[in-house]
Write a protein that binds this ligand. Structure first.
Ligand code: ZN
Length: 287
């Protein structure tokens, strides 16, 4: 399941391959995939003729900005029909921002190329039915959102502020303020995207295992030293697993199965549900 690292890989791919290519057409065959009142007709009106200008990320949300100016493409000609915004409204300095949620199994493909480790995803067979949202570029290439399980989403101009601080930019004072104000289990607090954005089940389990902290502990029970350890472990987890290739490359990963042993001290791991998610932790060194 995509977490911060997988979305960052998708962002890098968009940045490397999809920017500055004029959009000829947009297809949204799966209306369910468009969220917050967005319709296929609205995206067809909003995007053709523009270019993708920036690929950003906040937590697990991939954000792609578009140009204000629209070029005179054959594909864009239909956009200027009746009921379309007057020319002046198209001449803003920036166009809409496309928000891509990868959900459980979403991937971004550009000209058929995907980012991230393919093994973890639901299926890698090619099936155009899974292409939920497609941007066709004037040069003949395309950006497609491929999502077998259909739990991702596309929206325009998403509310970025409902997401908390990105986990890659987590400073100690902020982490301290977040954990010290909650009696919820530590793991649940770290996975709350409105407070810290980007950490999912695997990254949090790995970081807590590295920090030697019990995921079920009330967040507010951490002392100052434990907060420092937690901040460091989150940073290390993101750096190391990012280099290795994704959320599933943690040291704890090999032991995430019934009967799994702690890779640090060989003790049988606890398998529990914490914060609504299956959680592995070590009863000896995670206190
Ligand atoms: Zn252990």
């Amino acid at each position: 399941m995509p977490e911060l690292l997988e979305v960052e890989a998708a962002r890098t791919l968009v940045e490397a391959l999809a920017l500055n290519r004029p959009i000829a057409a947009v297809r949204a065959p799966d209306t369910w995939y468009l969220k917050r009142g967005l319709t296929p007709r609205a995206v067809r009106k909003a995007l053709p003729g523009r270019r993708l200008t920036t690929a950003r990320r906040r937590g697990k949300l991939l954000l792609v900005d578009t140009s204000g100016e629209r070029s005179e493409l054959a594909g864009a000609a239909s956009v200027r029909g009746a009921g379309n915004p007057p020319r002046s409204e198209c001449d803003q300095s920036a166009g809409p921002t496309i928000g891509l949620h990868l959900g459980m199994s979403g991937r971004v493909l550009i000209d058929g190329e995907a980012a991230g480790d393919p093994l973890l995803y639901a299926s890698n067979r090619e099936n155009v039915q899974w292409h939920r949202f497609i941007i066709e570029f004037a040069d003949g290439g395309r950006l497609a959102m491929r999502d077998p399980r259909r739990l991702g989403a596309v929206e325009l101009d998403p509310d970025e502020d409902r997401l908390g601080v990105d986990a890659l930019e987590l400073a100690l004072p902020y982490l301290r303020s977040v954990v010290s104000r909650s009696r919820a289990p530590l793991k649940a607090v770290l996975m709350d995207q409105s407070r810290i954005a980007g950490l999912g089940n695997l990254l949090v389990d790995e970081a807590l295992w590295r920090a030697g902290l019990d995921p079920a502990r009330p967040a507010e029970s951490l002392d100052a030293g434990e907060q420092v350890r937690l901040r460091r472990a989150i940073a290390t987890t993101l750096r190391v697993l990012g280099r290795r290739g994704g959320s599933h490359t943690g040291d704890l990963m090999v032991a995430r199965l019934p009967g799994g042993l702690c890779p640090k001290d060989g003790v049988a791991l606890l398998r529990r549900t914490v914060g609504g998610r299956t959680t592995y932790s070590c009863p000896r060194h995670q206190l």
